[in-house]
Design a protein around this ligand. Structure first.
Ligand code: NAP
Length: 294
């Protein structure tokens, strides 16, 4: 089996790398903070001290980092992945970043004889742990087919959307839908509470009807309990909406509801909620209605 380099061992990257080890792949790992690498080493990974060293010791390199500048720095920066990869290697970025940045990375690596795939994911921490992510893939047919067996360890659905950057466009669309659904759930549960009925019972009833959704189930539960430990950090979702809005601008698409959701997130970021789960959007609705939670 090919040796896989894995860079970025956060909420998502750590369980994904662990699943690759579990499936029998040798894994060489690196993270900004060493503790996550040490923990993965206990599960059988080898540690590397820089992205360059990861790439030198791997045939396939996966990154799972926060944002476009992080991925650019880790791949194209000093001691970066590009310096270490050999011709014929495969690079798979599973972070959610701007499609334009993704295309630039594909081009920079192709000029060194390295194939690249953008493969952002949906499903959150629970799906990262169980290997049930939905993976949206961009790249050439050959590169995607090479990546597929690895991606199938991490996800239950692997969809080749189109050429370089296409996976990131799909992910931006996903994040629009998730943000707007969270807003809807927050507004609906606030309505129930302020109108004097049990919001928990309302959620339970709605889960059996047309309004059923994973977000009503998972984020609705968080809103009711007030548990906003991430999960998915609000700051990262705000980053994704910025990507969606920029992509929409380039494509000439007005995004009225998304722009509003991004502004709500800005207000919560300014209030110090950036490291909390994105279900914390419900606080905004609760405050507007003069009640504590959404
Ligand atoms: P996270 O918990 O913040 O993890 C990011 C990881 O990247 C951290 O371990 C961080 O190191 C590491 N890192 C940052 N800069 C680095 C660098 N220069 N070199 C090496 N490592 C570096 O974020 P996450 O929730 O796992 O999300 C990762 C990506 O997946 C994001 O693009 C996010 O939008 C996307 N995503 C997240 C979810 C979710 O539910 N969480 C779902 C789908 C997609 P430290 O340990 O030092 O902080």
């Amino acid at each position: 089996m090919e040796t896989i380099g894995f860079i970025g061992l956060g909420i998502m990257g750590r369980p994904m790398a662990a699943n690759l080890l579990e499936a029998g792949y040798p894994v060489v790992a690196h993270n900004r903070t060493q503790q996550a690498v040490d923990e993965l080493a206990e599960a059988g990974a080898e540690a590397a001290s820089s992205p360059r060293e990861v790439a030198e010791r791997s045939e396939v390199v996966i990154t799972m980092l926060p944002d476009s500048p992080d991925v650019e720095a880790v791949v194209l920066g000093e001691d970066g992945v590009a310096e270490g990869l050999s011709e014929g290697a495969l690079y798979v970025d599973m972070s959610s970043i701007a499609p334009a940045t993704s295309r630039e990375l594909h081009e920079a690596l192709e000029s060194k004889g390295v194939e690249a795939v953008d493969a952002p994911v949906s499903g959150g921490q629970p799906a990262a742990e169980s290997g049930d992510l939905s993976i949206m893939v961009g790249g050439s047919d050959a590169a995607v087919e090479r990546a597929r067996p690895i991606l199938e360890v991490l996800g239950k659905s692997v969809t080749h959307i189109g050429p370089a950057g296409a996976g990131q466009v799909a992910k931006a669309a996903n994040q629009v839908l998730v943000a707007l659904t969270i807003q809807g759930v927050a507004e609906a549960l606030t309505l129930a509470r302020k109108a004097g009925v049990d919001a928990g019972k309302v959620r339970e009833a709605l889960l059996g009807g047309l309004a059923q959704s994973k977000i009503l189930e998972m984020h609705g539960e968080r809103m009711l309990s007030g548990d906003f430990d991430p999960g998915f950090k609000l700051s990262l979702h705000r980053k994704d909406l910025a990507i969606a809005l920029q992509t929409a601008r380039e494509a000439g698409v007005p995004m009225l509801a998304t722009a509003q959701a991004a502004e709500l997130m800005n207000a919560l970021l300014a209030g110090g909620h950036g490291d909390e789960d994105h279900a914390v959007l419900s606080l905004f609705y609760g405050e507007l209605a003069g009640s504590k939670a959404g």
